[in-house]
Design a protein around this ligand. Structure first.
Ligand code: DQA
Length: 147
């Protein structure tokens, strides 16, 4: 089983940016923990981060036929990107959207995710641990498809 983890803009700044909201872990540390959990479950992960919307669209499209599922934090593009939403709909595979912060507790403009409508489900507000929850959810969904 192979999954793509796709991280949107400014997530490369985790550990530095607004630590009271996003915590102190760097993206590398989150990915390391995720790699360990994935290895224990026999899952292979391809990691990707970009600050550019079109690169994220390209990366989502590349998932077709190369991975079984996607875990994505589109970050600020969650609230604006019809292009990423359409790309996720196009590849038509299990997708978990993760937000580190609880977007419903934040500014009004963050409370709507445009991309979420093209995902299987959303995990929001559990900090870096949300990626772990997302991995478990994806494994479960992919196993259900196989069964
Ligand atoms: C975020 C929430 C977004 O509103 C914000 O723009 C981010 C990160 C989160 O993980 O909590 O960059 O997606």
């Amino acid at each position: 089983m192979k999954i793509a983890v796709i991280q949107g803009p400014n997530l490369n700044m985790l550990g530095v940016r607004e630590q009271h909201i996003y915590g102190g872990m760097t993206l590398e540390q989150i990915h390391e923990q995720l790699s360990n959990a994935a290895a224990q479950n026999g899952v292979e992960i391809e990691f990707f981060q970009s600050n550019f919307e079109g690169e994220i669209v390209d990366r989502v499209q590349e998932c077709l036929g190369t991975v079984d599922g996607i875990m994505i934090n589109p970050a600020a593009y969650s609230h604006t990107s019809i292009a990423i939403r359409d790309a996720l709909a196009a590849v038509n595979m299990p997708v978990v959207e993760v937000h580190i912060s609880n977007i419903y507790k934040r500014e009004e403009f963050r409370q709507k995710s445009i991309t979420a409508a093209s995902t299987t489900g959303v995990i929001t507000g559990f900090g870096g641990f949300g990626y772990h929850l997302g991995l478990i959810a994806l494994i479960q969904m992919l196993n259900e498809i196989k069964a």
